[in-house]
Write a new protein. Structure first.
Length: 271
């Protein structure tokens, strides 16, 4: 019987000794949603509903996020990418279309560079390839906030609603996350390793600058750029219909077929 695209189900699977929570909705080719830092699958509501009518949407929650517990040790982008690779292999869903938002995009970037066999396409939302791509001062101001700051209330509430570790553990998780965010990174050497089609999607008032997003789209093997007007770092929630249309259009036509290409038409013939 066909899967009802309006019904979302949940389960857990053990990955490297950790019970990883994930949700699925719809049927069809796999589309994997990778949430942002200190966020949960609750932020993907509009994307579940927008993609599930035609795709099998799969959304894991990483260590110390949502319903997946924390464990001793730091959080790192590489560690989260390795965990997600284990998840994809355990569910045998690759090659899949990965849609990563913020930290989830960083995770997707590393997977596409290191394990291209698991990736059909990659959509990056509000994600970059180097810490130099952040709006100057924006990340520094964010990570300076204490866990009980009013600006952290939404993230603390999301955590308290879902985490098996309890609301009191949020300050410990926030300390791990902001320590990771404070560490400079530059993955420029990995850009050439990403050969799958890539959609780089950024709000026009995002934490990632538009020039950095444009550079990312130009330097990967097969990239394109979408700037969402009137949107910030949470474009999937602010402009869900537009974001969903952009992603679905990209997935339906991952090979560019523009009429007047310039950078895509290749080098001019020699005379």
């Amino acid at each position: 019987m066909p899967t009802d695209p309006t019904v979302r189900t949940s389960a857990t699977i053990e990955i490297d000794g950790l019970e990883v929570f994930y949700e699925t909705q719809g049927a069809g080719d796999p589309l994997v949603l990778l949430h942002g830092g200190v966020a949960t699958n609750a932020t993907w509501g509009a994307q579940f509903d927008g993609f599930a009518p035609t795709r099998r949407v799969i959304a894991p929650e990483r260590q110390a996020h949502g319903h997946t517990p924390d464990r001793p040790g730091p959080l790192t982008y590489q560690g989260m990418a390795d965990q997600t690779v284990g998840f994809l292999r355990a569910l045998e869903v690759g090659p899949a279309d990965l849609v990563g938002w913020s930290d989830g995009g960083m995770v997707g970037f590393l997977i596409a560079a290191q394990h291209p066999e698991l990736v059909r396409t990659l959509t990056l939302i509000g994600s970059g390839f180097a810490s130099a791509g952040y709006v100057p001062g924006a990340m520094e101001a964010f990570i300076a906030l204490p866990a009980d700051d009013p600006e952290m209330a939404m993230f603390a509430a999301l955590y308290a609603e879902a985490s098996p570790d309890g609301a009191d553990h949020f300050p410990a998780v926030w300390e791990k996350v902001r320590t990771m965010w404070a560490e400079p990174f530059d993955w420029s050497d990995d850009l050439d390793r990403i050969t799958v089609p890539v959609l780089v999607l950024v709000g026009d008032d995002d934490y990632i600058t538009v020039p950095h997003a444009d550079e990312l789209a130009r330097r990967v093997g097969d990239g394109r750029l979408a700037v969402v007007p009137g949107a910030s770092h949470v474009a999937p929630m602010e402009k869900p219909d537009l974001v969903n249309r952009l992603v679905l259009d990209f997935l339906a036509q991952p090979v560019v077929e523009s009429w007047l290409p310039l950078r895509r038409k290749g080098a001019p013939p020699e005379h």
